[in-house]
Design a protein around this ligand. Structure first.
Ligand code: AMP
Length: 379
């Protein structure tokens, strides 16, 4: 057990690391973060920031030597750096899970081998193979890079056969391996964040309903507006994944509730997740505290909800309107800003958790603020 007073190292200085450090400091842990950008969101609240590139082995070694336990806040950790961290410090999450979740092919193959439903998919290496895969999977289908994509980047929805040459040329240029998936016609996008500790204990937070705009998470609604049976199924899937993969820490499981009622897993993230920010005030334990408990071997905290909640993301274009209307925020709304200086359009700058007696009331409060329905962006 890593007890309070010990130092936790967070690889990556973004908002997820920041909120991890804020939760852990309350419990008495010390924090060191590594990030190339000075004054990073996590660096602002940690005891110390080491400024180095994520690929800098010397920086990684100094970082590892200064911590009792190491964790990360993004999954694209360089394999050599991960190995260096593992030889120099204690990395309870290991590098195996990173390897799986860094690559959609490995991720989907592994999930499929556990009997977890994923969208039917094919790996392709040429335009000819793409033609054949589309023939098998049918149209529409979704072509993705196996590595490096996020927020819908590195993706093409192929609706017509004549899009194939352009889609292949575009994504082939990235040099990444390519995958094509059947398009899942879904009612809702859901996610469940599960935790598994070094002792093997597992717990899952309540299922969340996610609304995306332009492939970026906009709102998380909890309780999700699904049946009890669907909620239970989603939570069971997340717990099964956490146990089958021997996760330590958190695993965020993004899923589709398909039109036919089936739950299909889309993607995993082995870390705190934007769709789990609702837990900060709406659950007995936040996802950040849970992550720390899990990697430090403390008993996992209770996950039950204290209040219905809607989380709304504050992107760069929303910062000014939010600050202008700050006095109109309901007094049960909890504002979180990440300390980023550059308010770039579409950049995640913060979020607000709207707590209310029902999610409908929370949604109405958000609507009345007139911040998110109005912000038009010309890119
Ligand atoms: P991803 O990067 O895999 O999370 O995909 C980004 C978004 O694209 C998802 O949140 C979905 O809205 C959509 N999407 C991805 N894969 C599929 C699929 N197989 N069928 C339907 N929509 C998808």
């Amino acid at each position: 057990m890593i007890k309070p007073g010990s130092t936790i190292g967070v690889l990556g200085g973004g908002q997820l690391g920041r909120m991890m450090a804020l939760a852990g400091r309350n419990m008495g842990y010390r924090f060191v973060t590594l990030d190339p950008t000075p004054d990073s969101p996590c660096g602002q609240v940690a005891d110390r920031q080491i400024i180095a590139a994520f690929s800098d082995l010397q920086g990684a070694s100094e970082f590892a030597r200064s911590c009792d336990v190491v964790t990360y806040e993004f999954e694209n950790v360089d394999a050599q750096v991960a190995a260096e961290l593992e030889t120099t410090s204690f990395v309870p999450q290991g590098s195996e899970l990173l390897k799986i979740t860094q690559n959609r092919i490995r991720e989907k193959t592994t999930l499929h081998s556990f009997g977890i439903p994923v969208a039917p998919f094919e790996v392709i290496t040429s335009e000819q193979e793409l033609q054949e895969a589309v023939g098998k999977l049918g149209l529409p289908c979704v072509m993705k890079t196996a590595t490096g994509g996020y927020d819908g980047k590195g993706q093409w929805v192929i609706r017509f056969m004549d899009q194939i040459p352009a889609a292949f040329a575009d994504l082939n240029r990235t040099g990444a391996e390519l995958i094509v998936e059947q398009f899942i016609s879904f009612q809702k996008e859901l996610s469940v964040i599960a935790a598994r500790s070094t002792t093997g204990e597992v717990k899952a937070f309540p299922v969340a309903e996610n609304i995306h705009i332009d492939n970026i998470l906009h709102q998380t609604i909890v309780p999700a507006r699904v049946s009890q049976d669907q909620a239970q199924k989603a939570e069971e899937i997340a717990l099964r994944i956490a146990s089958s993969l021997n996760v330590v820490g958190l695993i965020a499981v993004e899923m589709f509730l398909a039109d036919d009622g089936q739950i299909i897993v889309n993607e995993l993230a082995p870390r705190p997740h934007n769709s789990g920010h609702f837990t900060m005030e709406a659950c007995v334990t936040s996802q950040f505290e849970q992550h720390i408990r899990a990697i430090c071997g403390l008993p996992l905290g209770e996950v039950q909800m204290l209040s219905p909640v809607v989380m709304v993301n504050i992107l760069g274009e929303h910062v000014e309107p939010v600050l202008e209307r700050i006095q109109h925020l309901p007094t049960t709304a909890k504002l979180h800003l990440y300390g980023k200086k550059d308010s770039k359009i579409k950049r995640k700058m913060g979020h607000i958790n709207f707590l209310a007696p029902t999610v409908e009331e929370a949604l109405q409060q958000i609507d009345e603020l007139d911040i998110w329905n109005k912000t038009e962006v010309t890119l």
